[in-house]
Ligand binder design. Structure first.
Ligand code: DGT
Ligand code: MG
Length: 596
């Protein structure tokens, strides 16, 4: 019940549709009960009284009642649907908006497939209930109230006989519902897991195939499919176990009516017409009563679904924009003061301290897993610090208006992501009203223009799902062009040129130096060649800055920097493996540009 209360803001605005639907429902039910009454009249006044002249009149009345009932029944169902569709529409939008504002840390935890199944299957179960479930339950109540009144009106002794079994019915229903709730939660959960598996297999199909692990994945999927299957079987079995009881009770009601009613008719205490009418009212009520299980089923299912939707809506978001947050054109001064970062209690960064003046280039170097990406992510506030502060232009990022901050900080992520649309739209993503000229210029600076213009459809080429595939380096350069076009005051390049050859990287760096004049750049790289011209190089080791300075200074010190440098240059010939691919190309670039 609480679940419906907490979700009420989505359906309360549309209660008028439910109201109209319920009004139509009342009329449908009333007309439905008019039928047994007319039947009793036919028997008492026509058949038993031998007044066959009136037959046509009563038959036409029944016909009219059925027709009008049909119209109201249509309205009842249609308006119920409209109610559900409207509420689901709002709920879907709100869920999506909530997911859109969720912090990075939220996405570290959730599974895409599970989220998808909540947004589709669970939302639909909830909609179904709003559309049919409410009405179904109300219908039941109406039938019982109307039907009972009619029965009491016709013969109260017989009514009492029928009511004897009611507590049994209620007991069975409540017991059943108690077992159904956990069963349905399990159905929903296992569907979420199943979808996660499907999603991962589609995303990771290349890895699966290259390791010939189709069998393993098949088995994993099979296992989850089986859990889902079992959960469904369990609910079906519960259902089936309960159903015979309901049917038995229904049939016993019929027997009671025939026994007691027959006795009353024989004793002359009840007319035959009334018995027939009574009998059909009981029939009329018993059928939906035996569907009580179905209604409960519907109700329980939608509660389980509603709970999963509430989990999305109620998930706390640690990163929210402050009210009336700071917002101004950014100069580009970055300051880390005693910054610690933890991911779910695990310490990642310790006491990070540095200042980048506007226009400077800061480089981060360190072994894999040292915390470079994590450090950079603190600037646009992807995560919040555990201790200390990150200030941009002297203002703590937690006091910045989040949108204003992020709009002026562009990040080229370690893994470039392209949307399945045109190359043009991908580059213009952060700046949707960009002209072709601007897009082309950004592409040129990222050294992407040439290959894009060689494609048959040029900038209109579709990438991603339906479009052509691009090489890793091509994707990276498109992502880079996207960041350049956003015209950021702070640019973060997380290994942004790792997939291009050294010559291309060199060219990109030259043009970046021009664009980024007066702006701050943070470069993360594994190749010393990529960062040797930085104003300040920070060497990160297991979450701490262990060395800092310019290339020439760091080379003179013994330490991690020198070690990495030696590995990358001294032992060129001896390095069969490693991250510094393309050494010969680099050597050329290096020789044309003195190191120290
Ligand atoms: P890379 O890109 O391989 O050169 O490595 P870095 O230096 O960019 O490392 P980073 O910052 O991605 O990761 C530092 C540590 O933090 C590493 O032990 C993995 C862990 N870590 C990274 N991202 C997450 C996350 O989203 N959640 C949790 N719990 N840990 C994370
Ligand atoms: Mg990284």
């Amino acid at each position: 019940m609480d679940i419906f209360r907490r979700l009420r803001r989505f359906y309360v605005p549309y209660l008028r549709f439910l109201g109209m639907s319920l009004a139509a429902l009342v009329l449908t039910t009333a007309l439905g009960l008019a039928y047994p009454y007319l039947l009793s009249l036919i028997i008492n006044r026509v058949v038993l009284a031998h007044q066959y002249g009136q037959l046509l009149l009563y038959v036409s009345l029944i016909l009219v009642a059925s027709l009008v009932k049909g119209v109201f029944n249509f309205l009842q169902q249609y308006l119920g649907q409209v109610f559900g569709i409207h509420a689901a529409y709002d709920l879907r939008n709100t869920l999506y908006r909530k997911l859109g504002t969720q912090a990075f840390s939220y996405y570290d935890r959730v599974h895409t497939g599970d989220l998808m199944s909540r947004l589709t299957a669970d939302l639909d179960a909830f909609r179904q209930f709003l559309a049919f479930g409410f009405n179904g339950l109300v219908n039941l109540v109406l039938l019982i109230v109307f039907g009972l009144s009619l029965m009491v009106f016709m013969n109260w002794e017989l009514t009492i006989a029928v009511l004897v079994l009611m507590p049994v019915l209620a007991w069975v229903a409540v017991r059943f519902d108690g077992q159904l709730w956990p069963a349905y939660k399990e159905v929903r959960r296992s569907l979420g897991r199943l979808n996660t598996s499907v999603q991962e297999n589609i995303m990771g199909v290349r890895t699966v195939k290259s390791f010939a692990r189709e069998g393993f994945e098949q088995e994993k999927f099979g296992g989850r499919n089986e859990s889902y299957y079992t959960a469904n079987i369990v609910t079906a079995a519960l259902w089936k176990r309960y159903f015979p009881y309901m049917e038995l009770i229904g049939n016993m009601e019929v027997v009671i009516v025939l026994l007691v009613g027959g006795y009353l008719v024989i004793r002359g205490q009840m007319s035959l017409g009334d018995l027939v009418a009574f009998f059909s009212v009981v029939w009329y009520i018993v059928a939906p009563m035996s569907q009580l299980g179905y209604q409960l089923n519907n109700w329980t299912q939608s509660l389980a679904a509603g709970e999963r939707l509430l989990e999305i809506l109620d998930a706390p978001n640690p990163i929210t924009s402050p009210e009336a947050g700071h917002s101004s054109v950014l100069q580009g001064r970055i300051e880390f003061a005693g910054v610690d970062l933890t991911y779910e209690e695990a310490p990642i960064l310790h006491d990070i301290q540095f200042v980048a003046e506007p226009g400077q280039t800061i480089a981060l170097l360190g072994l894999t897993g040292a915390g470079k990406t994590s450090l950079a992510g603190l600037i646009p506030r992807f995560y919040d610090v555990a201790k200390g502060s990150v200030r941009v232009d002297g203002v703590d990022v937690r006091e910045w208006d989040l949108q204003a901050l992020r709009r002026q900080v562009a990040v080229v992520f370690q893994e470039s992501f392209l949307f399945s649309t045109t190359i043009f739209a991908n580059i213009a993503y952060g700046h949707p009203d960009a002209t072709m000229e601007e897009v082309r210029r950004a592409a040129q600076m990222a050294d992407a223009a040439e290959f894009i213009e060689d494609l048959p459809a040029g900038y209109s080429t579709l990438v991603g799902e339906r479009g052509i595939g691009l090489s890793g380096g091509q994707k990276q350069r498109i992502a880079l062009a996207r960041a350049i076009l956003a015209d950021p005051r702070i640019l973060i390049l997380d290994d942004a040129t790792s997939a291009v050859d050294m010559e291309t990287e060199y060219g990109i760096q030259q043009s970046l130096q021009r664009v980024m004049k007066g702006r701050t750049t943070l470069i993360i790289a594994h190749r010393i060649s990529s960062l040797r011209r930085a104003d300040q190089i920070l060497v990160l080791d297991r979450g701490r800055i262990v060395q800092r300075g310019r290339h020439a200074e760091l080379l003179r010190e013994s330490g991690l920097y020198r070690t990495i440098y030696d590995m990358q240059f001294r032992d060129q010939g001896l390095m069969p493996v490693g991250r510094g691919e393309g050494f010969s190309a680099f050597a050329q670039a290096a020789s044309s540009d003195a190191f120290s």
